[in-house]
Design a protein around this ligand. Sequence first.
Ligand code: URP
Ligand code: ZN
Ligand code: ZN
Ligand code: ZN
Length: 467
Amino acid sequence: EAFDLVIHGGTLATASDVFPADIGVRDGRIVQIGENLLGAARTIDATGRYVLPGGIDSHVHLAQPSGEGIVMADDFESGTRSALVGGNTTVLPFCLQEKGQSLREALTRYHALAEGCCYTDVSFHLIVSDPTPSVLGQELPALVADGYTSFKVFMTYEDLRLNDAEILDTMEVARRTGALVMVHCENEDAIRYLINRHEAEGNVAPRAHATSRPVAAEREATHRALSLAEIVDVPVVIVHVSNGAAMAEIARARSRGRPIVGETCPQYLMLTAADLDGMDWEGAKFVCSPPPRTEAEQEACWRGIETGVFDLFSSDHCPFRYDDPAGKLNPKGRQSFRHIPNGIPGVEVRLPILFSEGVMKGRIDLPRFVALTATNHAKVYGLERKGRLAVGMDADIAIWDPNERRTIRHADLHDGADYSPYEGIHVQGWPTTVILGGEVMVEGGRLVAPAPAGRYRSRSLSALARR
Ligand code: URP
Ligand code: ZN
Ligand code: ZN
Ligand code: ZN
């Protein structure tokens, strides 16, 4: 046979076009795109469905240690299984350097956890929390050369935050090596002040998490991160942007010619700070940072998706169980919002939410959907054989049924949490078939993968850094 697999009769969508064609796959790659491809060991009828590149979720937290007694709800197996069923074929989790740890030690841990357990392909961003001279001088440059071409720095969280001098030094390594820096922009000192004030006033319920992390704290840190990147002269990714004021900082810096990528996430389109209210500490289910804002800010984020302020739409999947002493309702977390672990699950519903709310409701077209969920992630993070339907690319493909209607229920999802922040939301459109490296892994919306077949992928330099 000419092909191992032919996907017949579907409507293909790339970041630029929508057109009817067949796809021929051999040895895990796309080898032909054309009309009436014949001679395949297996043929999938995609009539009436959209054939898209598999989703790439470039912002995912799996198996990350997060403070005493707190356990993340997903390991690599459950997290990538959930991602796959949600239409993704590649995820980029973080490798967290803990204080005192070398980056190599951290990577050894994460590679061991991921080995043989992943249902999607994976690659790691490094989180630099301890930028010692040897980390910056030796380790990081060597790791960039080894294909770890992006790292995240935090301006908030006591255990993770870098000061401005450390951020500048880390950005300098990126400038020299061509790596890409991602920045979590929130002003830690301002937040600390507000947390202390809220606690002193006895204001300790989950809702106070949102008021202690106001737009001004994100806007200021975004402005500062962009200024530091301009001073060093490096591109940056501003991750999980939640509001219009932070978007305006990105737009202003771009108008000065700065190479900047903006990312937003489902929580900033679908949730508000009011969700952190609720009986019996239920608001803890929505505690993430930056917090969800207002309906006006949701609209601002939609404008950013439509107009191009955002190039990336990621989940920031960071799951903790709710009703669990190792999760949201840990003993201290029941006492004060300060101790509720930050982060919410979303890797399985990221794509259906944007497809339904964005494409089906006419806010964005299919090429924009593909760019925001796959193609741009591959370009920004140096995944050269991913994110596109083209000859030579990995045969990582999601086939979407635009007529499939679902109500999001956590009971139907595949992650390790015990709730979904999107419970009860109606969506139209679902990735009913998912193909990884030419192998059908999800069929009729059900996992059929015989075993976790995802592989670790090292990455090239970002298209931005290579300029
Ligand atoms: O609350 C969040 N987003 N937790 C995940 C860690 C991060 O800052 O991305
Ligand atoms: Zn055909
Ligand atoms: Zn972050
Ligand atoms: Zn995150």
